[in-house]
Design a protein around this ligand. Structure first.
Ligand code: ADP
Ligand code: MG
Length: 508
């Protein structure tokens, strides 16, 4: 939030009064930047995501500039859908609630013309509508723009995507030359840029750093894995990744607890974070993570909302998110405070179509995550064992233990390697798995390529283009697992027998 207050921005007193009665405390960043520019009469180009407060960013200053006593259309807002048009019209009504005899009229396709024409005849200072219907009224002459002071294109990229760009341009061409214009868009595809260059010359540009952009500091990886092997995959990831702290996302509250228990049994300092915990418990868990008492948190989306712990180096999406917003929020838990972060997504074969969706949403490619092969893993474990052994060679008790073992060796005519070996076996008996003796099992390899897109109809323009974006970048070579890639499910490898029914898959 900005430091300026609404009162300092120079809004009309009636508008200001309406704002304080809605209960807004401070202007959002896009509001703080857009309001002065629009108040001074400039065109405005605003790039910002959903939920940044765009409606008030244009509605408040534009309402402040019009003559509310004139009932001709003075502000026209184009929105991509009926729902958005209604939403914006409602917001305008709220922000204009202290004006007398003021009307905001939504007009959109699918509704009878008659009530719209009636509303237009009665007069409305603000018209909010979808491009097609707006153009119909302009052509019929039921909507006249002679008194128009300002035109807003809200969610311009969405209108482009929905095929309204020609209608939008036709409307723009019909607006008075001196009319103030504002364009808001979450992204700036070339066609929108062109519209801006033609109709919004010398516009003030406002850009709000969104979470989508933050993803740039986060490297994204994906590991395709069979649902019943996700825990094994996760265990290995946690073994080989040099993380400081990690957050693991799952779908349900129950799963946070279950998975946390399993990881705890594998020796990790881990805690669940879910909505069943009370506020105090949640704060405690986050505090434990901050202070390194815990290194891993297993969380649901809701529970992790807004979590800001700079030592989180890794986000592991154990279950795929519900939507792209959730994904972006999840991965944004790492790469905090200007640091680098790593996000790893586990996808089951049926969920692989998520890859393209997420790449598009984050506007950056996903790399294939490669687990070390069993041979490499064994070597890593041996090295780790050696490192630990060497650390104990400096132990304070070394001299005493050596004296004791020397005696034993001499009495029993053993050499020192034999004594050490026997001790190591003792260690292994006390804590099975503590010695890197066996070669770990290979995880069955799942094809990384998403299945081909079936329908073309639902696709967006540009979807079927080729290139690295849509595809799937391979990670560094030479760490590939055993066996051919792209093996069909259930064949070869060592999948452990039958595949249990998969809830997450069944739902998709
Ligand atoms: P956008 O169009 O960018 O998606 P909206 O204009 O729909 O965002 O606003 C999102 C929500 O934030 C709305 O519920 C709105 O009432 C609220 N909001 C907008 N500005 C403020 C503010 N300055 N303070 C508090 N809430 C705000
Ligand atoms: Mg909006």
């Amino acid at each position: 939030m900005s430091e300026l207050s609404f009162a300092e921005l120079g809004l009309d007193p009636a508008v200001l009064e309406a704002v304080s009665s809605v209960g807004y405390e401070t202007p959002s960043p896009i509001q703080a930047q857009s309001i002065p520019a629009l108040l001074s009469g400039n065109h405005l180009l605003g790039v910002a995501q959903t939920g940044t407060g765009k409606t008030a960013a244009f509605a408040l200053p534009l309402l402040s500039r019009i003559d509310a006593s004139v009932t001709d259309p003075q502000i026209l807002v184009l929105a991509p859908t009926r729902e958005l048009a209604i939403q914006v019209a409602e917001a305008f009504t709220t922000y204009a609630s202290k004006f007398r005899n003021f009307h905001v009229l939504p007009i959109y396709g699918g509704q009878d013309f008659y009530p719209q024409i009636k509303g237009l005849r009665r007069g409305a200072q603000v018209i909010v509508g979808t491009p097609g219907r707006m153009l119909d009224h302009l052509r019929k002459g039921t909507l006249k723009l002679d008194s128009l002071k300002a035109l807003v294109l809200d969610e311009a990229d969405e209108m482009l995507r929905m095929g309204f760009i020609d209608d939008v341009e036709a409307i723009l061409a019909k607006t008075p030359e001196n009319c103030q214009r504002a364009l808001f868009s979450a992204t700036m595809p070339p066609q929108i840029k062109k519209v801006a260059q033609t109709y919004l010359r010398n516009a003030t540009e406002v850009r709000i750093e969104s979470e989508t952009r933050t993803v740039e500091r986060i490297s994204q990886f994906v590991l395709p894995v069979y649902a019943e092997r996700k825990l094994d995959a996760l265990t290995r990831i946690l073994e080989v990744e040099p993380f400081d702290a990690s957050i693991i996302f799952v779908r349900t509250k129950a799963e946070t607890t279950l998975l946390a228990e399993k990881l705890s049994a594998r020796g990790h300092a881990v805690a669940p974070l879910n909505g069943d915990l009370n506020q105090r418990q949640r704060e405690q868990t986050v505090e434990d993570l901050k202070r390194s008492k815990k290194d891993i948190i297993v969380a649901t989306d809701v529970a992790a909302r807004g979590l800001d712990v700079p030592r989180i180096t890794h986000v592991i999406n154990y279950d795929v998110p519900y939507d792209t917003e959730a994904y972006i929020h999840r991965v944004g838990r790492t790469g905090r405070a200007g640091r680098e972060g790593k996000a790893i997504l586990l996808v089951t074969p049926r969920e692989r179509s998520w890859l393209r969706t997420l790449e598009r949403a984050t506007n950056s490619p996903m790399q294939a995550y490669e687990l070390p092969s069993p041979v490499e893993l064994k070597k890593m474990r041996e090295q780790q064992f050696e490192t630990q052994l060497l650390a104990f060679a400096e132990d304070k008790k070394l001299a005493k233990t050596m004296a004791l073992l020397d005696e034993i060796a001499e009495r029993n005519e053993m050499d020192m390697a034999m004594v050490a070996g026997a001790l190591a076996c003792w260690m292994e008996a006390a804590q099975p798995g503590s010695l890197p003796l066996e070669q770990p099992e290979a995880l069955p390899v799942v094809s990384a390529t998403p299945p081909p897109r079936r329908d073309r109809k639902g696709g967006r323009p540009g979807d079927n283009r080729k290139g690295p974006k849509g595809g799937f970048k391979k990670g560094p070579k030479g760490r590939g697992g055993p066996g051919p890639k792209g093996k069909p499910p259930g064949k070869g490898g060592k999948p452990s027998g039958k595949r249990p029914p998969r809830q997450a898959d069944a739902k998709r």
